[in-house]
Write a new protein. Structure first.
Length: 187
């Protein structure tokens, strides 16, 4: 089975399963990364906040910029409730996505979005905790640009780091915000 078919099957399985909560041990966990301002951060750096966590990379031609726009729209639709959320973009391409590169990229989407990167080991550990697949595609020739295949889900984590829900590519900011608003209303 090709990677594309595997990814499509995984997304379909998640869609069919719906946004039912998973056990805390299934998705999420500790991470140590560097934000786009050059600060070392962990999952505990955002106390009392729900986290919207998306893994991607700045050279992504379509999915990542689209999803980051959706995250920005989500925060806008949430209005005052957006103060209870921290949206995080974790790079799966630390080779190119340095804090400086992220600092240049993130303002294109929303001022409240935070870009995170780290060593390849730190990124791999965070991705494993969130059950995120990523793989650098083979280069056509040495020095040419490359793509990174990766999971394109957004995870909603509660302030205690527990998985709440996930959102799939293609859901609009208003839809995501409505789901989050329901969660916040119960809290």
């Amino acid at each position: 089975m090709s990677i594309a078919r595997f990814a499509a099957a995984l997304v379909l399985a998640l869609l069919l399963a719906g946004p039912a909560p998973a056990r805390a041990a299934d998705i999420g966990g500790p991470f140590t990364l560097t934000d786009h301002h050059g600060n070392a951060v962990t999952e505990a750096s955002y106390p009392g906040k729900y986290l919207l966590v998306f893994f991607g990379y700045t050279y992504c031609p379509d999915v990542c910029p689209t999803e980051l726009l959706v995250l920005g729209q989500t925060l806008d639709f949430l209005g005052e409730d957006a103060a209870r959320i921290q949206a995080l973009f974790i790079s799966v391409d630390p080779e190119r996505d340095t804090p400086a590169a992220l600092a240049e990229y993130m303002p294109n989407f929303h001022p409240a979005l935070i870009g995170l990167t780290g060593t390849p080991e730190q990124v791999a550990k965070a991705a494993k905790a969130y059950r995120v697949f990523f793989r650098k595609s083979p280069k056509a020739a040495e020095g040419e640009a490359y793509l990174v295949d990766h999971t394109s889900l957004v995870y909603l984590m509660d302030p205690e780091g527990e998985f709440v829900s996930h959102f799939v590519f293609g859901q609009g900011g208003e839809t995501v915000a409505r789901t989050i608003a329901k969660v916040l209303a119960r809290d």
